[in-house]
Design a binder for this molecule. Structure first.
Ligand SMILES: *Cc1c(COP(=O)(O)O)cnc(C)c1O
Length: 408
């Protein structure tokens, strides 16, 4: 057979290949993307779509941001990987920039979000043994029900989603799960063996769940009083997504001891994550105690530096606040009988459907036909989280299409 005959061209042909040769650990919508710029993507058949997912907030700067692309090319022309056996000249400036931006003293770079969370867990446990004299093997971390912190065996050990865990045990002990948004329950769970509280400031994968106003501040107070590290996973909520640089800043007195970042830190181009924390907390790591071959690689660090510059200099958090507020208002005014609630902060927006609607997945397929890339989260929530470079005219293009799907 000639090559031309076997090369897949249509969405269907590509999907058939993935179904035959790929593991089925995802259930993607039936579209095969081949190009993108800013907020817009094109599939292999030439149809255009507005990106309303931003790869789960990894594309806050939009697809192929010109400044991030330029850094990719420049750094690729210099050096891309050194391992941490040697220093490179991209990591130091990046770590300094990240510490200034987060208001932290030190940072430790890894690659994926889940690795960042694993790093925070190791940091918290060792900190607890060293500074609180917790008996060896007894350290506890308090986490929230309905959390999402990644997919490693360590992280799924404290997930409450059955299908994330089924068949993957035995699990890691040392986690105490409390309801999200309930500070009193969290306070009761803290004991002398507690080394940390680990939360998302807004639960993203959990369905865009915003805790009651004042919750993060109360958790901060509880952690300070009990001498427990307050760790926020801002992998999805951070870097402008919710209308502030970090979601905790919606409650100015809730500053955490450590923050985990990922996703948009890589500007939609390179995987890079980091834990930024106090010198005392990250000071527990000594040579050999933790690491990653690609962690802190110069290509990712250079790209992350520019990715952060873009968010700050283009005021993407302000844009998320402004466009997000108008978008949420417009979604609420649709008054669809299918919609139970519209909630969100900045451009992290969830439209929860009524139970009788038959699940959000079906509506994401209809939105796809209308030219919108959306993905459900949990059963009944459609997430709208476009790149933060989105313009109001893009949202104006989307609104009648969303209306058509939700009012059908
Ligand atoms: C996506 C996400 C992670 C995991 O990041 P990966 O890069 O997929 O490992 C962790 N925490 C939160 C809040 C996330 O949204």
């Amino acid at each position: 057979m000639k090559k031309a005959e076997t090369t897949p061209k249509t969405n269907r042909e590509h999907i058939r290949l993935v179904e035959q040769y790929g593991a089925s650990n995802y259930a993607p919508l039936p579209v095969v993307l081949t190009q993108a710029k800013g907020c817009w993507c094109t599939d292999v058949e030439g149809k255009k779509y507005l990106d309303m997912l931003s790869s789960y907030s990894a594309l806050n700067q939009g697809h192929r941001h010109p400044r991030v692309l330029r850094t990719l090319r420049e750094q690729a022309g210099k050096i891309t990987l050194t391992s941490r056996a040697f220093h490179n000249d991209a990591m130091g400036p990046f770590l300094k920039q990240l510490c200034k931006l987060t208001g932290m003293q030190k940072a430790l770079p890894m690659n994926t979000g889940a690795e960042g969370v694993e790093t925070a867990i190791k940091m918290a446990r060792r900190w607890g043994y060293r500074t609180k004299s917790i008996p060896d093997g007894k350290a506890e971390i308090v986490v929230a029900e309905n959390n999402f912190h990644g997919r490693t065996t360590g992280v799924i050990s404290f997930s409450t989603e059955e299908h994330y865990r089924r068949g993957f045990g035995p699990f890691l002990p040392g986690f105490v799960i409390v309801p999200f948004g309930d500070a009193a329950a969290l306070e009761r769970a803290v004991n002398p063996n507690t080394c940390a509280v680990l939360l998302e400031p807004i639960q993203g994968e959990g369905g865009i769940i915003i805790p009651p106003q004042g919750y993060l501040t109360r958790v901060r107070e509880i952690c300070t009083r009990a001498r427990v590290l307050f760790i926020l996973d801002e992998i999805q909520t951070g870097l402008g997504r919710t209308g502030k640089m970090f979601a905790w800043q919606h409650e100015p007195a809730s500053k955490p001891d450590a923050i985990v970042l990922g996703k948009a830190l890589g500007g939609g181009i390179m995987p890079i994550s980091a834990v930024a924390a106090s010198a005392e907390a990250l000071g527990v790591f000594d040579p050999g105690s933790h690491g990653s071959t690609f962690g802190g690689n110069p290509l990712a660090c250079a790209i992350a530096s520019t990715a952060l510059d873009v968010i700050v200099e283009e005021k993407l958090a302000d844009n998320a606040a402004k466009i997000g507020a108008r978008f949420i208002g417009a979604l609420r005014s649709l008054r669809s009988p299918l919609v139970r609630e519209v909630r969100g902060r900045g451009l992290l927006i969830g439209v929860e459907l009524v139970h009788g609607a038959g699940g959000a997945h079906k509506y994401c397929e209809l939105l796809l036909e209308e030219g919108l890339l959306c993905k459900e989260t949990r059963e009944d929530v459609i997430r709208f989280a476009p790149p933060l470079v989105v313009k109001w005219k893009d949202i104006e293009w989307a609104l009648p299409r969303i209306a058509r799907v939700l009012q059908a």
